[in-house]
Design a protein around this ligand. Sequence first.
Ligand SMILES: CC(C)(COP(=O)(O)OP(=O)(O)OC[C@H]1O[C@@H](n2cnc3c(N)ncnc32)[C@H](O)[C@@H]1OP(=O)(O)O)[C@@H](O)C(=O)NCCC(=O)NCCS
Length: 171
Amino acid sequence: MIRRVDPGEDAVIALIARRMRLTLMEVIGPEEGERMHTMEWLVDRVRFHLDPARSTAAVFVAHAEPRTPGELGPIAGHTIVRIQQEDAGVVGLFSTTYVAHEHRRQGFAHALLTTGEGWITEHGMHTAATWTAADNAKLIALYEAHGYAITTRDPPMVRLERRVGCAKGVT
Ligand SMILES: CC(C)(COP(=O)(O)OP(=O)(O)OC[C@H]1O[C@@H](n2cnc3c(N)ncnc32)[C@H](O)[C@@H]1OP(=O)(O)O)[C@@H](O)C(=O)NCCC(=O)NCCS
């Protein structure tokens, strides 16, 4: 089950901020990833995406199956997407995505990406994009499976893009 996070959900916001740090540690290395941002900055970064005065964005979490029927299951992963004004135009930008290790390879990132693309399309955007490390093979494979292609190489990062609101792979 995927849902949007509400600004009042302090514990969920803190969890996402911790997982943003885990993402950095996994992608760029444990030491550099840990010291790149303070937890205060990361929490504020989540809140930036929940405040319509600061951004047009959505924070989505995917819940795993509940342990007790009728309750929400544990949060398996999250993604954050926002409208981004760039030199070449306005795009829907995936800012971050993470799935907890115990929930990986079960389709959560795929489902989060599909949900984020739906949000981007609803907001009238025709291009979805993301940036990641050039050696992040898992994330690149995920986006390529959704029809994205690398459009920019800016070492150590790459940008992946695809048209949305039309058939996959059509540019
Ligand atoms: C990348 C990540 C989000 C994938 O999450 P996931 O829920 O395990 O992914 P899914 O199960 O939805 O897999 C979807 C597709 O992603 C790709 N993929 C996911 N894990 C992969 C792996 N270990 N090796 C190769 N491809 C992989 C595959 O194309 C997969 O499709 P398939 O299962 O049909 O082969 C997860 O590994 C993660 O959180 N990584 C660390 C955080 C990160 O790198 N975030 C992005 C920073 S910019």
